[in-house]
Design a protein around this ligand. Sequence first.
Ligand SMILES: [Fe+2]
Ligand SMILES: [Fe+2]
Length: 247
Amino acid sequence: METVYFMKDEETDQTVGEIVSKDYRKAEVFKKYGIDFCCGGKRTLSQVCKSKNVDLNALKKDLLAIDKQPSMPSQDFNSWNLDFLCDYVVNTHHKYVVKAMPLIFEYTQKVERAHGDTQPEVVEIANIFIKVMEEFNLHMMKEEKVLFPYIKELAIAKENEKPIHLPHFGSIQNPIEMMELEHDHVGELMSSIRTLSNNYTAPAGACTTYKLAYAKLQEFENDLYQHIHIENNILFPRAIELENEIA
Ligand SMILES: [Fe+2]
Ligand SMILES: [Fe+2]
């Protein structure tokens, strides 16, 4: 007989970000329903279902189905030290972005040159991607040069029970607020690319570069979701907590 799982009411009141923080596999379920779990991760399950007109019971059933599958406890970002988590984000997500951006730029520019006359959306996509590149390169630099070094300092200070130097930006909440606004903006830019590209669907008979450009943009967006999710829903709240603890 099939085991029936029930989701408690308090779990319905959890935010989407909290649910994905506990188990990243559940991000797939939210993607399926078109629910933003990274930038919009601070809304509860019930709130998001109401605003997106999603059937809460169907969503809960899909989330519970994930619980039945074996998980990978070693990938629990919540249990990692914050200095290690910063290094992880830089060495995986930032590194990927640095590598993927010039390639996607090249493909979108090629598609624009070849098809821009008849398909104006590819011109828009190429231009929006340039904005994504400019903004996100600067964003990652701020994280790597300012925010992450401070988070690492906090983590090391806690471990060695040493005092910390007060940063020029005051509380960590200030740069974090700025990073979250920038995440929102890049998320909006990528979502307009998704709409313009009809969910990354190249037209019938499209050339290889066209298909590749869309496939790479989709891959970029997927990576971006996980990247922003780790920062917004795990790294940043834990860093704020740690700063409060030490201060
Ligand atoms: Fe980042
Ligand atoms: Fe970020």
